[in-house]
Design a protein around this ligand. Sequence first.
Ligand SMILES: C[S@@+](CC[C@H](N)C(=O)[O-])C[C@H]1O[C@@H](n2cnc3c(N)ncnc32)[C@H](O)[C@@H]1O
Length: 219
Amino acid sequence: MKIATPIYSHVADYESVYEPAEDTFLLLDALESEIGFLKKLRPSVALEVGCGSGVVSTFLFKILGASTTYLCTDKNSEAAACCHVTADLNQAPLNIVTTDLVTGLLPRLENSCDILLFNPPYVVTPSDEIKKPGISLAWAGGVNGREVMDRFFPLVPKLLTDKGVFYLVVVKENKPDEISRLFREMSFSASTVKSRRSGPECLSIMKFQRLGTKSGSHG
Ligand SMILES: C[S@@+](CC[C@H](N)C(=O)[O-])C[C@H]1O[C@@H](n2cnc3c(N)ncnc32)[C@H](O)[C@@H]1O
């Protein structure tokens, strides 16, 4: 089943908002390849961290429809504003919160998210870069490009329902094997849904589920 890419031409008007790029589109392709699995999941709540333009959650809405509640967060308030416009233009019912990761949503959202999505800032940079506001928030990942995502990983078991699934965008420099090990230690299965080379970047979409989940994949 082919899902149309959401309307996003307005994103170019927002200087500090990440324009959908190869990493975004690889995540969309991964979600499209997971349609059967995602529908079978019958998700009540989907949460995207670092929503940027909002194209990914809008795409997920096009797959799953209005029976799922869509929550989006971004630390950049301009991204949140842009995401509102994307939601309106595509008639997607997104609920957008400007916050660091999921601050303010826990403990209320504990064990409530059936789908978690994160295309994090993954580029290897000096640690100081991640403290800068605006567009550098979109890519600056600090040491191994892992500093922001590493802060989120311990929250994943808290947020996910028993059947829940987490999709994460990574590049080779983030050490995907180490990330898999980290999740296995938290009793999650880890697999790779899609990989693609884009210029110097070797991108992958990783998928995590609690071990023992019936529909879990154990890669
Ligand atoms: C690579 S961009 C991805 C944007 C969009 N999800 C996409 O796939 O096109 C990373 C996004 O994460 C946001 N971000 C960075 N650090 C964050 C944090 N600590 N909490 C919430 N969002 C953050 C950035 O502002 C940016 O919008």
